[in-house]
Design a protein around this ligand. Structure first.
Ligand SMILES: [Zn+2]
Length: 566
């Protein structure tokens, strides 16, 4: 009787008669007390009780209950990646697989292979590759890409593109071509274009980026990608840049009842237009935060405020310096990157979105961009408290003590990509110096200030969870958050390391919080959705380096297995 009294505390008002009971496990609930229990019961897709195996089996089991002995296995809440680009990633390997492009030689091999199956004169586009991750740590030039001279070749480095000699020729790009606004046609020592186009890829004529995909292809590619997320242990993702046409693809998949995981959409508006036009599009749109249901809904309104640290266009507080020339093809050592939206315009856009009820964010990587966004958030905060909207800094790679304090003061939260710490710090530290890496993804500093930190990958290319750009294996990303170990093995600013418990919260309850989903998911508690992942080793006690090697055994959403088996 005494046990029953204890147990009744943990039961929601659903009564007995579970559909499913998992017992004899190590179930990490991630509730407010970070409780670990042995058993969980599920009915109608919801968790009805958690507790000891004896209690749950005793009170919740009937003749129709399916009972699964976990054999001591660890169970975590269904993991959430707050930042992916599912459709783009799904299409990237929908028709053919991509090789790992980790050196200029590998890029040249890719071009030579593509040339064999591509008719002469047609474009070859090297899929998005980030220069800091190349062995040579330099941006490929026209000469590097000239290994298939009968094909125009473009290298997709995100905000900065590379072009070979033929690509420049057919696009009419010469030593006399004027730089587009905010962009640069980079010249070599001889005054000729060296093939690097900084914020100027629009000068390339006739390049098709992703081949041609039918609407059905897109739906199928999205479905495949979301299934791979489920296989990685994810039960919800935030898709961080959708257009109206892309929203329709998600809706189509949902209408068929085929969404493999829950999705929260971020509407990224094109702000490179007159402010009146952007504002009236926001006002005319019927979308806003939390519109939709538990499978598909809108989360955030986003603009892109600066470029990328991987290509030397993030808007920094300090100059890129001499190494920027090698890594990014930067010609001006005093360059600080690009701010795409001037502050007054940003304020007017954000104010219009705020007035429509949106949660706000902006892509900001460089410190200068972070400071600009926080200036605007402060202006809005003075008009009406911003904290309830859960507005956030997206990436925020180059934080500062002052920016951290401003975020804490306003109740602004953050969406981070700690995997970049692992992949990009070796090159970035050569650009900016170790001292300027002090607040690069400062997870400990955020958490100690009570700033909610949502974990994400920024997955955009590739289907393999470990080799994709960016790796979306949540266990790799949690490992990166815990260890701060770079790909060269060093630990930069170990005082920013966090615990396993905190890393797990970043990929569960805190990511759910950013998505306004913490009442229904992100932890294993009675009344919440039965979204969980069973894993092959104990996340909390395995050797630290084994965390990145954890594999899901089964993933469950709404009490139904969506990957694996138990
Ligand atoms: Zn992104």
């Amino acid at each position: 009787m005494k046990q029953l009294v204890v147990f009744s505390i943990c039961v929601a008002a659903f009564g007995a008669d579970a559909d499913l009971i998992l017992h004899h496990g190590k179930i990490v609930t991630v509730d407010s007390g970070f409780r670990i229990v042995e058993a969980i019961s599920i009915k109608g897709g919801r968790i009805t009780a958690v507790g000891t195996s004896a209690n749950i089996l005793g009170a919740e089991r009937t003749s129709r209950t399916r009972v699964v002995d976990l054999g001591g296995k660890t169970v975590l809440p269904g993991l959430i990646d707050a930042h992916v680009h599912a459709l783009e990633a799904g299409l990237s390997e929908f028709k053919s697989t991509l090789p790992a492009l980790d050196s200029i030689a590998a890029i040249q091999n890719y071009i030579r292979t593509a040339a064999r199956s591509t008719p002469k004169g047609e474009w070859i586009v090297v899929p998005r590759t980030l220069p800091p991750r190349l062995k040579e740590m330099r941006f490929p030039t026209r000469q590097d890409l000239d290994v298939a001279p009968d094909h125009p070749v473009a290298f997709d480095g995100s905000y900065v593109w590379g072009a070979n000699t033929l690509a420049l020729k057919i696009s009419g790009i010469t030593r006399d071509t004027r730089n587009p606004p905010g962009g640069e046609v980079v010249k070599g020592p001889d005054g000729e274009p060296n093939g690097i186009l900084r914020n100027a890829s629009q000068l390339l004529k006739g390049v098709t980026r992703s081949g041609s995909f039918s609407e059905d292809d897109k739906v199928a590619a999205l479905r495949e990608m979301l299934q791979l997320y489920a296989a990685a242990g994810l039960t919800a993702v935030g898709d961080r840049a959708v257009t109206p046409a892309e929203v329709a693809i998600f809706e189509k998949l949902k209408a068929r009842g085929e969404l493999p995981v829950r999705v929260v959409l971020t509407w990224r508006i094109n702000a490179a237009r007159p402010v009146e036009q952007v504002v009236s599009e926001i006002q005319a749109s019927s979308w806003t935060t939390n519109q939709g249901d538990d499978w598909l809904r809108f989360g955030t309104f986003k603009v892109t405020l600066d470029g990328g640290q991987s290509v030397g266009t993030a808007y920094q507080r300090m100059p890129y310096g001499p190494f920027g020339r090698q890594l990014y093809g930067q010609t001006d050592p005093d360059a600080r990157g690009t701010l795409f939206i001037e502050p007054e315009k940003l304020y007017r856009i954000m104010r219009a979105a705020r007035d429509k009820g949106w949660q706000l964010t902006a892509h900001v990587q460089g410190g200068g961009a972070i400071d600009t966004l926080l200036d605007v958030f402060e202006r809005l905060d003075r008009e009406k408290p911003i904290a309830p909207s859960r507005s956030h800094v997206m990436h925020g790679s180059f934080m500062s003590e002052e920016a951290l304090n401003r975020m804490q003061h306003m109740g602004v939260i953050v969406d981070v990509q700690p995997g970049w710490q692992h992949f990009d710090v070796p090159a970035l530290q050569k650009v900016f110096g170790l001292e300027n890496m002090r607040y690069f993804f400062p997870l400990r500093s955020y958490i100690d200030r009570g700033i909610i930190v949502a974990g994400g990958s920024d997955h955009m290319i590739g289907h393999n969870k470990n080799t994709a750009v960016n790796a979306f294996n949540p266990f790799f990303n949690m490992w990166a958050s815990i260890t701060r170990r770079t790909r060269e093995g060093q630990v930069v600013y170990p005082q920013e390391r966090i615990t396993r418990q905190e890393a797990l919260k970043m990929w569960s309850i805190w990511a759910a919080w950013l998505q306004f989903g913490e009442k229904t998911r992100g932890s294993l508690e009675p009344g919440k959705f039965a979204d969980l992942v069973v894993i092959d080793r104990d996340y909390l006690t395995c050797a630290e380096d084994d965390i990145r090697r954890i594999e899901p055994v089964a993933t469950m959403i709404d009490g139904k297995i969506v990957f694996g088996r138990i």
